[in-house]
Design a protein around this ligand. Sequence first.
Ligand SMILES: NC(=O)c1ccc[n+]([C@@H]2O[C@H](COP(=O)([O-])OP(=O)(O)OC[C@H]3O[C@@H](n4cnc5c(N)ncnc54)[C@H](OP(=O)(O)O)[C@@H]3O)[C@@H](O)[C@H]2O)c1
Length: 258
Amino acid sequence: MSYSLNEKIALVTGGTKGIGKAIADTLHRAGATVVITARTAPKDGENDHYFIAADLSTPDGALTVSANLLEKYGRVDIIINNAGANTSPNGGYSTLSDEDWNHEFQLNLMSAVRINKALLPSMVAQKSGVIINISSGAAMLPLWDITIPYSAAKAALNAYSKGLSGELGPKGIRVLTVSPGVVRTPLMEEFIDNMAEAMNISTDEAAKTLVEKVGNLPLGRMAEPEEVANLVGFLASDEARYLTGTNYLVDGGLMPVV
Ligand SMILES: NC(=O)c1ccc[n+]([C@@H]2O[C@H](COP(=O)([O-])OP(=O)(O)OC[C@H]3O[C@@H](n4cnc5c(N)ncnc54)[C@H](OP(=O)(O)O)[C@@H]3O)[C@@H](O)[C@H]2O)c1
């Protein structure tokens, strides 16, 4: 690791599992003090981070996290908005209720909007900070039968991140987006299980079907969470000080466009 995050305070939402856990561990190894959040606490001994319980699909969740973090540390230098999921039923437009659409936007867009709004005054006061919003390649590659509301919410997150970077650059704060492709996490395993059940096929067949559905995958495998975390750690560091307003795909070459 060629960068240091010594003396930085970092928040990783959804930091107990999958990509968020890998990011929290990576930032910690680089020297940061890390605060993680989720609805369910990690088991004792699973990590070295300060944990705050909150449901970030609600306005109260963001308030709980920001109040608790600021009371404990007084500031934050790095915000990783990672909590998110594709929670809508499969099957296309006719299976999707207003509640499905609303929940997808609350969890994948508004969680980041609210966390940033609550914590930005502290970053603006210190004239420095980095915000990294974890989006998805699905924003650019919506699959009609399995990801429409999720893709739309992540596309909105991309637009929000770009706009926010313009406002915050002059204040010394960088805003970036990282978009994983297909990553082997508990969320992905649950998604594949659901696909297998809905299609009445084995999980191996469902995993293969998913890779075929998303199309060409030059590296021929899903990413490991650490392969996303490696990029996030670098982007959060001063080594990336000229980078803001950009969206980075970590997708093994999956996206079929330039
Ligand atoms: N896995 C992929 O292939 C993939 C691809 C592209 C993008 N992504 C994005 O990467 C991010 C992480 O995904 P992952 O696959 O690592 O997910 P994961 O394994 O399911 O972990 C999600 C984390 O977020 C927390 N979380 C979920 N819902 C929450 C809520 N309502 N409020 C607060 N915390 C919540 C979970 O803890 P609790 O359940 O205890 O709350 C957990 O810590 C998401 O934004 C996802 O959209 C993933």
